[in-house]
Each structure stands twice: as C-alpha cells, then as structure tokens.
Design a protein. Sequence first.
Length: 561
Amino acid sequence: MHDVSLATEFLHSVPPFNTLDSEGLRKIAGRLEAAYYPQGKTIFSSEPPPGLAIIRKGAVRLVDAEHRFLDKRSEGEIFGHRIWFHGEQKEYIAEAEEDCLVWHLPREHFESLCERDPRLCEYFSSHLKTRLSAATQVQHSVTQVRDLLKREPVRVDAAASIREAAVLMSRQNVSSVLIMSGDELAGIVTDKDLRKRVLAAGLDPELPIEQVMTAGPMSLEADDGVDTALLLMMRENYHHLPIVEGGKPLGLVTAGDILRAQSEHPLRLVRDIRKRNSIEDLLVLSRRLPSLFERMVVLGRDVEQIGRMVTHITDAFTTRLIELAEQEFGEPPMPYAWIVFGSQAREEQTARTDQDNGLILERKARDEEARYFERLSTFVCDGLDQLGYVYCPGEVMALNSKWRVSLAKWKRHFDGWIDEPEPKSVMHSSIFFDMRCVHGDAGLVAELLDYATKRAKENRIFRRFMAANVLKHRPPIGFFRRFVQEDDGSHSEGLNLKHRGIVPITDLVRMRALEGGISRPNTFRRIELAAAAGIMNEDDASSLRDALILINRIRLSYQAE
C-alpha cells in the first residue's frame, strides 16, 4: 500500500507524467502497486515485468544477457516499458543495485492511459527507445549534427513582411524560420519571437521580418558534434541552432531534436532544473546526476566535454537557487555577481564536490543591504549543501562575509596577496584566480579579473612565489621510475590522482597564464592561449594537454564505478 497523495506529489517530478494535470496524476497514483526488492534481487529478466516500473527509492542496474552493464536508473526514473510495450523479450535484465521500493503501473492501466494521451504513447514508443541502444553502441559522442537534420530549412527573405513569415511557418508546421539576405543567413525568428516581439508589443504585421529577427544567430557547421550543440544550448539557453556548410544553411537543430535522440542527458536535466520551484523539487533532480555522470563515461564522451557538462549542471542548480532566493527576499538592492572558484570556475568538474563561491557587490553595502545579501547567500549555500555540493571546508563561500564584499574590497584582497606575497597566502590566493560569473552582473567579474590578472602579470616577485608553490609538487615516481603509493593513510593502496596529477598541472598552467596576462579560467583554454602567445612551446602545451586528458580519463573511469 502507498499514500495516494504522496504518490501524486512524487509523480509531478517524473517525466513524462509531469506533463499531466493533477486529476490525471491522482488516477495513476491510485493504480500503482508497490514492491520492495532487496539489494541484488533480480526484478525481471526473461519474463515481462508486472508493469511499468517507477523507482521510488533506491537504484536499479540494467544489464544484458551476458551481464554487461547497460544503464543505471535511480529515484524518479522509469524502466521496464520496452520489454512489453514493444514486445521485445530478453532485451535486458533489471537488478536492484541497492534496496529498492518500486511502483508498478499494471500494463492494462498503462495501455489505457496511452490511448487517451498520445503524448505518453509517443514518449514511450519512440522517445525512450534509443536509450539502451546508445549504451551498447557508444555512438552519440561522435555523431555529427548533420545526422539530426530531417528537412530542408524553411527560409524567407529579410524584406518579407512579418505576416508572410508567420503564414509560411504555419503552412510548413515549423517553430522557426531562417531569415536570408540573398544567399547569406541574416537572422532567425521563432514562435516565441512572434509572441513577444510582435503580438505582445502590438507591432504592425506588415513590417519587414528583419525588424524582429535575432540578427547574426550563433550557428554550427554540419560536421560539428552533437555534444558541441548540446553544450552551446546548455550554456546559452538556446532552443534553435542553424546548421551551415560552406556558409550556406542546411537546416535547423532544435533542443527537441537532441532530446529525441537521447532521452537521458544533461540538456534535459538542465531544462528540468530551470522549471523547478523549490529545493525539495531540485533535490529529486539532483539524484539523477550520479547515473547521468556514469552514463556519460560509459558512452565514451570526451573528458573536456564531461567537465563542461557536469559544470553546466552545477551552474543550473546554483542559478535556480539564486532565482528562488530573489523571489523570496525581493529584488536585490544593488547590482551584484555570484562568482564561483576552482573546478567549477574552470568548467572542469567531474563528480560532485564541495562548493567554492562568493559575491561581488557593486559598492559597499549599507546595513539593510548587507542583511539582504547575507540571507540570499545563506539560502543558496544551504541549498547547494542539501543538493550534495557540501560546504567548503576552508569556508570559501558567499556564506562567509569575507567573500561577500564590494568590488573595491575584492581588489584590495588581491592587492594584499600580490604586494605582500608569502607562501601561505600565495597558495591560498591561487583558487581566486580561477573565477567565473554564474549569475548577475558579469561586468563586475570581468573588471576584477582584468585588474587581478594585470597586477599579477606586472609583479614578478609574486609570480616567483607562485612558481615556488608549483615546484613543491613532486611526481609520484620512485627511484626505479615506479609509481609511489600514498603514505598518509587516505590512499594507502593507490594514488591520489587529483592532488598528484591534476593539481600540479592546473597550478603550472595558471602560473604561465598569469605570466601572459591570460584571464580565462579553463585549463585547456589557458594551455591553448599560452601556446598561441609563445609563453609555452607547442611540445610542452601538447604534453600538458595529453597528460591532463589521460589523468582525467582514469579518474572518470574510477568515479563512474
């Protein structure tokens, strides 16, 4: 037995049921049958499951007939539909990876539900069926965006009227149209643009379409990877991307195209995060991250791409918490920027880690303003901790008033570190040169980074202290060139790849970047820019990049286990 009201509330966060109204959810909740499976128990193998399976608690591992790993599902995820929805027997085996509570929706109720709602039928019959096959073929990370194109692009001349463009979109049943100036792509107009820029603004539909288009839209080459499109959409919140070849438009890729290509991926999670309105709802979504991370590794994604994708998910959680805080406490009393440090700033996160963040205020806050930002910071940092991004042991967080100060005070912090360098302060300050804006006034962050980078470049004594700090790192190699295991007890049977491999490389590259006045935080980008500027020779740059990729690949494989 289960509580129908609690089940209804839970289904609100489970795709695709979250598209249904409350009455529809209550009907489904009333028909669910609960089953408990202890760790290691086979939930089903050759026999069809008792119904569509929804994981309420725990995690389920899916393997093939030879017991090779296919996928992992966790709380709020679904499995079992393919075996009986498509009549495909013995496709995979489901095992309880840990103690599980599973809700089963009997087949007859599910089929009736799909008959009444075509959206659910589409979701289960085609939208999800690529998930397991992707795990066995490892193809997604090398797929080109041209493979997602299904039709010629719908185009209209820039001189055409808004009405003509809208009529064309309606006839062609598309949500966007490319605006052309001769053979050149001039812009793009979407359904959303027509609603916001024309209807809501009361514009004359006979005006030229070029007056409401998004001019010079970001585009991708047809040979670019799907992951490139995915990252761009996640970072910029784009929903339509023109695809070109030789400067000529080939078509459009939408967020929906990628979602249909693979149902469980970072873009879906980021989009879901942006729609949630409470920490409790975000907590449910955060439980998807371990299996999603494991899946990215299994699919063989590039390590740099994984770092960026995981970071964008962290950014999305952070941004949504800030938005919820502003909704609760009101508009901020002055412009500010929420900044992050370390691996999140460098866009090199892998598994979830502790949080490193701060606030830059436009000016010194008055008492009431200071209390506002204290409440906001507490809300966000506490929320991140609940989501698994634990408090920083060194208290480098906006929660700490030392790192919640004005732009002028931040500059004085850097002046102190640079003008009076000592080993401890130089080591401590290194994290702050890896800085990025996640929310708010990016201009404040750009000004601070430019200032700090310029000061560091000009001060050779400070850079010498940084170099001395870098040289403290020793490779874990013994007398006979064999790896030396850790002797501190924490990694007595292996190597700490982060502290013995990743940290020395990032510290070295940061030092060389500051020498050249390079303020970009990403390590791969710093290597590229340092080599281009002649600060680092090409051989060294290539070796550092290869080493970083290799060590990260090993770390990822262990973290995904």
